[in-house]
Design a protein around this ligand. Structure first.
Ligand code: ATP
Length: 347
């Protein structure tokens, strides 16, 4: 195991933990994301791993070496961890090359610049080695910051919202490049982000955080298609939630008709079904009790979102753009996949 984070707790104000018993592990070569809304404790968790904060409880171990507990705190620069900050934090008066060479004090002086240039080339910045940060675009600075973080060959790279200053196009391409650079270098990384699409496309596994706690850890597919809680279901994208009485089997009655569940369930339960797991059809021959009404439509080019009202309940459906209906059309909905039974306690 590369990293073991065990029961980390951090309070800035007594009795109000901003990181609350956070535990997870990271394998070699794995890219992990901490995903959650602003203020949920992601950056603080990253800072505890980097050694910029001391935990009130819990431990951090890297390849079995204890880095942090309530007594021990190995200095950040001695942890073998690279860090890319949100604002890149490059030295403004130094060239890209000097920024990268700066942290290479393990190498003899004459080799530092040669190796720094090699790493800059790997991140596509070889031609810009002589420029200062103010002469580089956001995406270019980001790649220099990444080169600086990976040049000392750390065991782990921590990335704190590194793409948030880039525009949408650049964000997408830089994200892909950074992922491929990390994978080629065989380096593990933890990305902090509040952007669900970013976490889903960048990470091998995701921890979804809410209010200082991890609610679920899983692959992008697991957290998206098999959310464990209402929070995870809703934070990862749009979803249809409904509270129903389950009879012990794996099927429930809903206003759109019977829907299969992903497991057997009994009693009052909350279920989630993603909008793309519903489809919309003409009501040919359906009984009037099972017919819904389109009350809204969002055309997005490659797909369409419909809002459908069924006996006072609203459903969201994503379809491809060949399925065309209009507001006020009468329709029926059909589930293409089972609904997921959530584990939230019922109020
Ligand atoms: P964002 O996405 O906005 O960066 P985050 O999930 O990374 O949010 P943190 O930066 O970890 O959240 O902050 C968690 C909570 O801890 C917030 O309420 C924040 O105000 C508080 N906090 C963070 N650092 C300190 C500090 N040094 N002193 C006091 N409170 C702090």
């Amino acid at each position: 195991m590369l990293l073991e984070v065990n029961n980390l707790v951090k309070e800035f104000e007594k009795g109000k933990p901003v990181v609350d018993k956070v535990s997870f592990t990271l394998k070699e070569d794995e890219i992990f994301a901490l995903l959650g809304p602003s203020g949920c404790g992601k950056t603080t968790t990253l800072r505890l791993i980097a050694g910029f904060e001391t935990p009130g409880e819990g431990t951090v171990k890297l390849r079995g070496r204890l880095l942090s507990d309530t007594q021990i705190r190995v200095a950040p620069q001695k942890r073998g961890i690279g860090f890319v900050f949100q604002d890149y934090a490059l030295f403004p008066h130094m060239t890209a090359l000097d920024n990268v060479a700066f942290g290479l004090n393990e190498l003899p002086k004459h080799k530092r610049k040669v190796f720094a240039e090699e790493v800059l080339c790997r991140t596509g910045m070889g031609d810009f080695k002589g420029r200062n940060p103010s002469e580089l675009s956001g995406g270019q600075q980001q790649r220099v910051a990444l080169a600086r973080a990976i040049a000392p060959k750390p065991q782990l790279v921590l990335l704190d919202e590194p793409f948030s200053n880039l525009d949408a196009m650049l964000r997408d391409s830089t994200r892909k490049e950074v992922r491929s650079i990390l994978k080629k270098a065989g380096m593990s990384a933890i990305l902090v982000t509040h952007d669900q699409e970013e976490a889903l496309s960048f990470a091998d596994r995701i921890a979804v955080m809410n209010d200082g706690k991890i609610e679920q850890i899983g692959t992008p597919e697991e957290v998206y298609y098999k959310p464990k809680t209402k929070f995870v279901a809703q934070f990862l994208g749009r979803t249809n939630l409904f509270e129903v009485n389950a009879g012990g089997g794996n099927e429930i009655e809903t206003s759109i008709g019977p829907i299969k569940l992903d497991c057997n369930a009994c009693g009052r339960v909350v279920c989630s079904i993603r909008p793309e797991h519903l489809t919309i059809e003409k009501p040919n021959g359906a009984s009037p009790d099972n017919i819904g009404l389109i009350i809204g439509r969002e055309f997005k080019g490659h797909d369409i979102t419909y809002h459908v009202l069924y006996k006072g309940e609203r459903y969201i459906v994503h379809t491809d753009n060949r399925i065309l209906f209009n507001p006020d059309d009468k329709v029926v909905l059909r589930a293409l996949e089972p609904a997921v039974v959530l584990q939230d306690p019922l109020n």
